[in-house]
Design a protein around this ligand. Structure first.
Ligand code: SAM
Length: 284
């Protein structure tokens, strides 16, 4: 093979070489299993020539899998030691693919523009910031059409949940603003080093047309935050701050065609959008 994926021995050697002790703070659990890497690339339907965004390439396990599928990869890594090593790892494991990799040493939460316009996101996300990273990227990179990410199982189920589900919450609605989401399989803890103390799932998304522009998105997300901030309350109470008082909130519910007793956990993103349209404009 032209591309040599990383296994447990290579990961151990690289970590030793770089004197890297994986940190919890940065969610550093590295994939040590080539089958898992190939599975992620397959689920993501990465095709030759695709420009793929990878967040948190770490030691390069998934990066090499993406390069093996003949994609071009823009890899954004916050840890300077890992970002600096990645080109050398790829040069060593996949010399013919080295010119298809661009490494950006940056916090994914601050990404505004990138050296290329990725159409897919494929990443084993740092678990402590996976939802904010996803929402940030979907907002900032309109060319991002689809993706497959590995996240903590609870987070994956939340992202894919619909109204009425026990785990439906603000991440579910915000994710649904941008696209449709589904879970796409579990991943064993044993494929990571170090072994994490949470379960993982793959989540796939496909962007759809958004219900409104950036101004409406802000207003809708404000409604969503208020609605789920006080999850047990009825919307006419939890949204009284957003609309001024509870009478105004009740009027807005009626104008949006919703029952006076509605709760946030029952509403679709379109119904939240209807409420968002009725809010007073917010300045940023
Ligand atoms: N992709 C590698 C793999 O599959 O083995 C590593 C995945 S590890 C779960 C998460 C990676 O994200 C780590 O390399 C970590 O340093 C990086 N990371 C953590 N926070 C980040 C952030 N805010 N922006 C970019 N990278 C981040």
């Amino acid at each position: 093979r032209v591309v040599q994926l990383l296994g447990p021995a290579e990961i151990r050697d690289l970590a030793e070489l770089l004197d890297v002790t994986p940190t919890k703070k940065l969610g550093q659990n590295f994939v040590i299993d080539a089958n898992t890497v190939r599975r992620i690339v397959r689920v993501a339907e990465v095709a030759a020539g695709d420009v793929v965004l990878e967040i948190g390439p770490g030691l390069g396990s998934l990066t090499l899998g993406l390069l093996e599928a003949k994609a071009s990869v823009v890899a954004v890594e916050i840890d300077g030691r890992l970002a600096a090593q990645l080109p050398a790892t790829v040069e060593h494991q996949a010399p013919e693919a080295a010119d298809r990799l661009t490494v950006v040493h940056q916090d994914a939460l601050t990404v505004e523009t990138l050296p290329a316009d990725p159409v897919r996101l494929v990443a084993n996300l740092p678990y402590n910031v996976s939802v904010p990273v996803l929402l940030h990227l979907l907002q900032r990179l309109p060319g991002l059409e689809s993706g497959v990410v590995m996240v903590q199982a609870e987070v994956g189920h939340r992202l894919a949940a619909g109204p009425g589900s026990k785990v439906y919450g603000s991440p579910s609605v915000k994710a649904a603003w941008y696209g449709t989401w589904r879970t796409a399989g579990q991943v064993s803890r044993q494929v990571f080093w170090p072994v994490p103390n949470v379960d993982s799932v793959l989540v796939a998304f496909q962007r759809h047309e958004q219900p409104g522009d950036e101004e409406l998105r802000r207003r809708v997300f404000r409604v969503v935050d208020a609605a789920f901030g006080q999850r047990r309350k009825m919307l006419r109470q939890s949204l009284s701050g957003v609309f001024g008082d509870s009478a105004a909130a009740s009027a807005a519910l009626e104008a949006a065609g919703l029952p006076a007793t509605a709760r946030g956990e029952e509403l679709t993103v379109q119904q939240f959008a209807a409420l968002g349209r009725l809010t007073p404009a917010v300045s940023t």
